[in-house]
Design a protein around this ligand. Structure first.
Ligand code: HEM
Length: 419
C-alpha cells in the first residue's frame, strides 16, 4: 500500500483530502514517481525543516539554475550569516518605516485607483499579483516603468521551481527568463557600482566578502531570489485573506471595525491555505523519525499545508477561526510560531515582516476604498499549483467610484500598529 499520489489530477484539483489521508495513515512515505519521502505531521515537518542532517542542498537544482548563481537559501555557516545581515537590514532596518512603508501604501493606492471606476475586477490579476512585483522593485530600486518585466520573470522562475514533472518547455522558459534578466541588470549593476544609492541593489553591488566584491552572477542570483521569494507568497496571501473575508461577513465586519485584526485574518487564512504547500530538504544518511524512516540520499518533501491542518497541533484544524488560541500575531511572524509556511530555523523567511506589512496595507487600503466590496455573483474560486498554490482568480464587485475620484491612502492600519 502506498500513500497519495501528489502528481495526480485529483490531488492538483483539491489536495486537502489527501493531506488528511497522509496525516492519518501515511505520515512518512516514499512517493514512487518522484522518489521523494513525504512527511506531513507538524512536529516532524518543523524538525526536518531546521535540524541536521537535513540540508537545503536541493536548491542547487530547484533555484540555482534559474537564479544564475548560488542563493542565500542554499548557503550555510559564515557565508549564510553574512548574506542574512546584508539582505536583512533593508527588509527590516531603520529606513524601512520611513522609506519602504510609504512606498507600499502609494503602490497599493495607485492600483486601487486604476480599478475603482470599473465596478468589477479580478483581485488576483489586477491587484494581488502586482503588489509584490512593485514592492521588490522598490526594495531593489529599479525603474518604475520596468516593473511589468519582473512579473513575467517571476512567473517563469516560479514555474521552474515547481517543475517536478521535468517539462522541457518550463525549463527552457525559466532559463530564458534568467538570460533576459542578466541583460537587463547589467547596466543597472554598473550604474550602482559607480553611483550607489540607498537601495538593496546598491548594497549588493558594493558588498565584499573577504575583501572581494560580489560579481554580476552573484548579484543577479540575489535579485532572482528576492523576486522568487516575494512574488507568489505575497500574492496568494492577499488573495486568500480577502477571499476568506468576502465569504464570511461577520469576519469582514470585524476587520472593517478593527483593522488590527487583519494580521489574525491573514494568519488563519494562510494556515488553511498556505501560499507554499511543500518545502524540500535533502538527507545524506538514514533518519528514523517517530512516524517512519527516511533513507539516505533522499529528497524530503515537508508537506507544510498538511502540517498546518494537523489535528495534533490545531483544534478543529479545518475550521476558519481567526481567534483560535494556536494563532499568535506576534509569534507567528517569527520562527517560533505555529505557522510553518515561512519556514523554520536559520533559513526562516527574511521577508516575513515585509510580507505582513504588505498584506496589511493591501487589505486595509482595499477595505477603506471599497465600502461595499463583495465577491462577484459568478465568482469561480478554482485554485492551482502543488508547490505554491493560489486562486486562479478572485472576481469581485463593488459600486464604481465617480470618474475623477481619487483614492486616499488609508492610514487606519498604521495607527492600529500594522506598520
Ligand atoms: C507570504 C509571503 C512569503 C512566504 C510564504 C515566504 C516563504 C518563505 C520560506 C518558506 C522560506 C524558507 C525556505 C526554506 O527554508 O527552504 C523563505 C525564505 C526567504 N524569504 Fe520568504 N516568503 C514570503 C515573502 C518574502 C518576501 C516579501 C521576501 C523579501 C522581499 C522574502 C525573502 C526571503 C529570503 C531572502 C529568504 C531566504 C532566507 C535564508 O535562506 O536565510 N520572502 N521564505
Amino acid at each position: 500500500m502506498t500513500g497519495p499520489d501528489i502528481l495526480s489530477a485529483e490531488y492538483a484539483a483539491d489536495p486537502f483530502p489527501f493531506y488528511r489521508e497522509m496525516l492519518a495513515s501515511f505520515p512518512v512515505y516514499r512517493h514512487p514517481a518522484t522518489g521523494y519521502h513525504l512527511i506531513s505531521r507538524h512536529a516532524e515537518v518543523t524538525r526536518v525543516l531546521q535540524e541536521p542532517p537535513f540540508t537545503n542542498e536541493i536548491y542547487a537544482w530547484q533555484l540555482e539554475p534559474v537564479a544564475g548563481g548560488r542563493t542565500i537559501v542554499q548557503m550555510d555557516g559564515e557565508e549564510h550569516a553574512y548574506y542574512r545581515r546584508l539582505m536583512g537590514a533593508p527588509l527590516r532596518g531603520s529606513n524601512f518605516r520611513e522609506r519602504i512603508v510609504p512606498e507600499i501604501e502609494r503602490v497599493s493606492a495607485g492600483l486601487i485607483q486604476a480599478l475603482r471606476d470599473r465596478g468589477r475586477a479580478d483581485l488576483r490579476e489586477d491587484y494581488a499579483d502586482l503588489m509584490p512585483c512593485e514592492v521588490v522593485s522598490v526594495l531593489l530600486g529599479l525603474p518604475e516603468e520596468d516593473r511589468s518585466k519582473f512579473r513575467r520573470w517571476f512567473v517563469s522562475i516560479n514555474a521552474f521551481m515547481s517543475n517536478f514533472g521535468n517539462d522541457p518547455a518550463v525549463t527552457a522558459a525559466g532559463l530564458a527568463a534568467r538570460a533576459e534578466m542578466t541583460g537587463y541588470l547589467r547596466p543597472l549593476i554598473e550604474d550602482r557600482r559607480a553611483r550607489p544609492r540607498g537601495d538593496l541593489l546598491s548594497a549588493f553591488c558594493n558588498a565584499e566578502i573577504d575583501g572581494v566584491p560580489l560579481d554580476d552572477r552573484q548579484i543577479q542570483a540575489h535579485c532572482s531570489t528576492l523576486i522568487a521569494a516575494n512574488g507568489d507568497g505575497t500574492s496568494a496571501t492577499i488573495t486568500y485573506t480577502l477571499k476568506e473575508l468576502l465569504m464570511r461577513p461577520e469576519h469582514l465586519r470585524a476587520a472593517r471595525r478593527d483593522r488590527s485584526l487583519i494580521d489574525r485574518m491573514h494568519l488563519e487564512a494562510t494556515r488553511l491555505n498556505p501560499p507554499v504547500h511543500m518545502l524540500l530538504r535533502f538527507t545524506a544518511r538514514d533518519v528514523d523519525l517517530p512516524s517512519g524512516r527516511v533513507s539516505a540520499g533522499s529528497t524530503v518533501a515537508c508537506m507544510v499545508a498538511a502540517a498546518q491542518r494537523d489535528p495534533d497541533r490545531f483544534d478543529e484544524p479545518d475550521v476558519f477561526n481567526p481567534y483560535r488560541a494556536e494563532i499568535d500575531p506576534v509569534r507567528d511572524f517569527t520562527p517560533g510560531g505555529s505557522i510553518v509556511h515561512f519556514g523554520r530555523g536559520r533559513h526562516y523567511c527574511l521577508g516575513a515582516h515585509i510580507a505582513r506589512i504588505t498584506v496589511g496595507i493591501a487589505v486595509n487600503q482595499l477595505l477603506g476604498a471599497l465600502p461595499d466590496l463583495r465577491l462577484a455573483d459568478d465568482a469561480d474560486l478554482t485554485e492551482n499549483g502543488i508547490f505554491t498554490r493560489n486562486l486562479v482568480r478572485l472576481p469581485i464587485a463593488f459600486t464604481p467610484a465617480p470618474r475623477g475620484a481619487t483614492t486616499a491612502i488609508w492610514h487606519k492600519a498604521s495607527r492600529a500598529g500594522l506598520a
